[in-house]
Ligand binder design. Structure first.
Ligand code: AMP
Length: 539
């Protein structure tokens, strides 16, 4: 079943249920279907047909949700892109995708300018009723963009003028629904085309794994240009639930939305949970509506899991391990019992651990208990079928029908998977393998430590020196430098969970850690930016 039909079914099943909330605006499923169909007709009037790409560079706001569903209704391919990255990166993705229409807002004005000569139409979205979209379109025209510059109101008007709202496209569900561009820690971003079937399977499995109930209410803050955001939207739609938009991340405001919108399920990157459970707003917020917690994108430390449990006392607390390419790899259902554990293969997944060596195939499995590269069978309902115009990347990542994730993991005796880290992040120090996560997990537990990232930096003696970047709590921040490094070194030495040789040899105390929009710590940037050591530990 394609996603246009999926929306139609939801609108017929629960027409009056809340589908989207954005500030003062509330859309029911009836409203959402109607606006999606009208916008679909408007896009068609711009010449967009089945399979054509529409780039959307918007924050998580109602218009981003409406355009997403308009594309599904029409059978066009939505290409959501980040407004947080450089305009040139967006222009690259827009050109690479071959989009003919790009939709933008004030926050992505520079991005619109950068692709103003690539697309045929630029559509400006402003604040409803205040005329700002017309102003934005005018500024683009004035800047000399070759594209025609319209507003979302023009798009709606064109849709309305084209007659009765069209039915959802008659579309095979193997057709492409969306291109997601991978954040890619190195190299050019890669387009990941995903079919209607794969996307719907991902939404269904999320609803199942995270035990969504009919009418589930979720916080829509993970970006809609990232797989977590899109599947939050899809899983909510599948159960007739509500996506409560939060355009800009702010922990205190998120807590207010949890309370006012009675949000039942939170699916966020660990960083966002970290902000939530350390927010001063917690003392007054009423969060008892939250029943289910789930995180993905990066491992959560034990300390953070414990804090989330203390704050939310959730009924379910899930670790979802997955990627843009294949939505869900594995799920662990009770983080309280095993913090950080990635669990067993998800309902649509089949996984193996193979020797982490160039040229290894899916048959080169490691012995039980050993660390290996996690590979996922592409027979999964949720899997992609290959990158957009990137045979080089296909050749690296896809071997004999299996997707090579680039992640290292090991399986415990109970059959549960533990993520060890990216192959590229592994540190080889003094000839021994050190995985950043095992060191970070210990350091996070030291008093006064807010956040930590561990990388390997070139070192004459060790080859790579285990180096910690530690963000201290405000009240501990005065004590940086050698004293803080010595205190943390003593903490590591006293820990039974960390071999002596794995403890950091160098410490840095930045004010914050660089992160990707989906909350991943950008270790590559840390490695590049690392200055002279600020404090050392000997021995
Ligand atoms: P993305 O395609 O941006 O979703 O990134 C996928 C990558 O994020 C995976 O290959 C992992 O490296 C990492 N990742 C996703 N989920 C988890 C998780 N639950 N635990 C640890 N790493 C994760």
């Amino acid at each position: 079943m394609n996603l246009g039909l999926s929306l139609l079914y939801a609108a017929e099943r629960t027409p009056d249920a809340d589908a989207v909330v954005d500030g003062e605006t509330r859309l029911t499923y009836r409203d959402l279907q109607q606006v999606a169909a009208t916008l679909a007709a408007g896009l068609a009037a711009l010449g967009v047909g089945q399979g054509n790409r529409v780039a959307v560079v918007l924050k998580n706001r109602r218009e981003a949700v409406e355009l997403y569903w308009a594309c599904q209704w029409l059978g066009a391919v939505v290409v959501p892109l980040s407004w947080r990255v450089a305009a040139t990166a967006v222009a690259y993705c827009v050109a690479d995708s071959g989009a003919t229409v790009a939709v933008f807002e004030e926050a992505s004005f520079e991005h619109a300018l950068a692709c103003g000569d690539t697309v045929e139409h630029l559509v400006a979205v402003g604040t409803a009723g205040d005329g700002s979209s017309a102003g934005l379109a005018e500024r683009l025209r004035a800047a000399g963009c070759a594209a025609r510059c319209e507003t979302d109101a023009d798009l709606l008007a064109a849709g309305e003028a084209s007659g009765p709202a069209p039915p959802p496209a008659d579309l095979d569900d193997r057709q492409t629904s969306i291109f997601l561009y991978t954040s890619g820690t190195t190299g050019r971003p890669k387009g990941v085309p995903r079919s209607h079937a794969a996307e719907r399977a991902g939404g269904l499995s999320q609803a199942l794994h995270q035990s969504y109930r009919p009418g589930e209410r979720t916080l829509g803050v993970m970006p809609l240009y990232h797989t977590m955001g899109i599947h939050t939207l899809l899983a909510a739609q599948i159960v007739g639930g509500c996506f409560v938009c939060q355009p800009d991340w702010d922990a205190a405001a998120a807590l207010e939305l949890v309370e006012s919108e009675r949000i039942g399920s939170l699916y966020l990157a660990p960083t966002l949970f970290h902000d939530l459970v350390h927010s001063p707003g917690l003392t007054t917020a009423e969060v008892s509506s939250v029943r289910a917690l789930a995180y993905a994108g990066a491992a959560m430390t034990s300390a953070l899991v414990e804090r989330c449990v203390a704050v939310f006392a959730p009924e379910v607390f899930i670790n979802h391990y997955g990627s843009t390419e294949v939505y869900t790899y594995s799920v662990h259902f009770d983080q309280r019992a095993a913090p950080g554990c990635a669990g067993r293969p998800a309902t649509n997944a089949r996984l193996r651990l193979v020797r982490p060596e160039p040229g290894a195939g899916p048959g080169d499995e490691v012995a039980p208990g050993e660390i290996g590269e996690i590979v996922c069978h592409l027979g999964s309902d949720e899997a992609f079928a290959g990158y957009w115009k990137r045979p080089d990347a296909d050749a690296r990542a896809i071997r004999d029908g299996w997707y090579f994730t680039g992640d290292l993991g090991r399986c415990d005796t109970g059959g549960n998977l533990w993520i060890v880290g990216r192959i590229d992040d592994m540190i080889i120090s003094g000839g021994e393998n050190v995985h950043p996560l095992e060191v970070e997990d210990v350091l996070e537990r030291a008093p006064g430590v807010r956040e930590v990232a561990v990388v390997g930096l070139p070192d004459d003696r060790w080859g790579q020196a285990v180096t910690a970047f530690v963000v201290l709590d405000a009240d501990a921040a005065g004590a940086t430098g050698e004293a803080a490094a010595a205190r943390l070194d003593a903490h590591c030495l006293a820990s039974a969970d960390l071999a002596r040789f794995k403890r950091p040899r160098r410490y840095h105390f930045p004010d914050a850690l660089p992160k990707s929009p989906s909350g991943k710590i950008l270790r590559r940037l840390l490695r590049e930016q690392a200055a002279e050591p600020a404090g050392g530990a000997s021995g």
